[in-house]
Ligand binder design. Sequence first.
Ligand code: NAG
Ligand code: NAG
Ligand code: NAG
Ligand code: NAG
Ligand code: NAG
Ligand code: ZN
Length: 411
Amino acid sequence: MVSFSSVLLAQASLLQCVLACGFHGGLYPTENPLLRRSAVPELPTKKILIRNVRVFDGHVILSPRDIVIDGSVIGSNPTHPDEVIDGKDGFLIPGLIDSHTHVQQISHMEDLSRYGVTTAFNMNCLNFTSCEIFKSQVGLTSIFTAGVPIIAPNSDHARTTPIPKSMLITDVSQADLYVGWAVTNGSDFMKIVSEGNGPTQEMQDAAVQASHSRGIQSSTHASWEIPYQQAIQSKTDNIQHIFGESLIAKKWLLRMKAQGQSSVPTLTVMRYASENPAVREFLRGTAETNQTYPIHRENVKRLHEAGVPVVAGTDSVGYVEGLFDMPHGLKLHEELDNLVEAGMTEIEALRAATSLPAKLRNLSDRGVIAPGRRADLILLNSDPFVNISNTKDISKVWIQGIEYPDVAKLS
Ligand SMILES: *[C@@H]1O[C@H](CO)[C@@H](O)[C@H](O)[C@H]1NC(C)=O
Ligand SMILES: *[C@@H]1O[C@H](CO)[C@@H](O)[C@H](O)[C@H]1NC(C)=O
Ligand SMILES: *[C@@H]1O[C@H](CO)[C@@H](O)[C@H](O)[C@H]1NC(C)=O
Ligand SMILES: *[C@@H]1O[C@H](CO)[C@@H](O)[C@H](O)[C@H]1NC(C)=O
Ligand SMILES: *[C@@H]1O[C@H](CO)[C@@H](O)[C@H](O)[C@H]1NC(C)=O
Ligand SMILES: [Zn+2]
């Protein structure tokens, strides 16, 4: 029998990661994490014509037109289709991108796929054998992954997560070493965790520089004001989360903009933590906090108004019954709602989950609907520009031209 305290411990190791999220190493499901619900499909060869459909191409809204899926990409020649879909009442948008998730099992990718999240950034990886398998699932969400993040020994992440001591940073010279390990092990980008007790400014700077000299971008976690300022000063490419104990000052907004940095504020998890004392307790060792969700949201509004690119991400980690509910896929749609509530227009929110992250991450094969791009698409039943919640009103999802068989339906 599992005692209550061991459940709490398991819960702790997952929950603490929700916000801290440097290293979700604690709780795995009992089922095989590599289990896939449906068979691996063949790469598609057929031509699908979607007729007379309204389109958001990743940038702008286009008048009704015909769109062709030609094998695994978007085509330009509508003749001789194998299948014709009447798009008259529908709305076609690019597959969505979640720029902050924790994918620990293939079923998480199936949840992302069901909701039309066709690309996801996985914010850490402890086991690269698993991550390589996640990255090669035909017909499911494509994954880009970080490795073991840069974490300091006295930080909250080090206290609350099972990171090997040998991989904590204690000297600035280790930054290049650890980034090198991440890259040779298969990381697509570097994750750095900026917290009150480190890593120091010098370590963060060195980790960013090492990432750039090895040709990858850096993503820095920062959910408190001072660590956020350090992340800005480190010139990291993007800053994950947002702080909520004070308003962000103009000086820092200007600096982020001037340095070309972007923000992935993950309002969804900030909101979740603000409503769940247990989450805060695990994070900081106390549920007491001087952060509030309205300040988190106001800071996102300020970033956006200052012209700092704001990108959609969730910090989804999945579901633990009765304890913890951050399902992959669904949460990205909630982040779109949260971004609109923070002052974005519907079109800006949708760009933040399509063309904008694709551009910032240099993914030239996706994020927009145009000939030659991956056929990662969502056909909606209703207009997302009338109400952003309509992104959940899904008719069909294609991933590289393969129709996902089990899309989420409005309940
Ligand atoms: C890494 O993942 C693979 C595939 O899931 C598994 O076989 C292996 O045991 C894991 N390694 C460790 C050290 O957990
Ligand atoms: C990555 O690579 C280094 C050495 O190349 C190794 O020591 C380390 O354990 C590997 N694994 C992870 C998860 O970084
Ligand atoms: C909020 O709390 C943090 C962490 O406990 C502390 O460092 C900071 O000074 C506090 N900020 C305000 C505005 O009270
Ligand atoms: C972006 O990708 C292109 C083609 O894949 C590559 O040539 C270019 O160097 C990349 N740019 C950056 C800034 O990574
Ligand atoms: C958008 O749709 C949601 C869900 O149906 C609803 O709760 C909300 O009131 C709608 N918002 C507007 C502005 O109509
Ligand atoms: Zn995270």
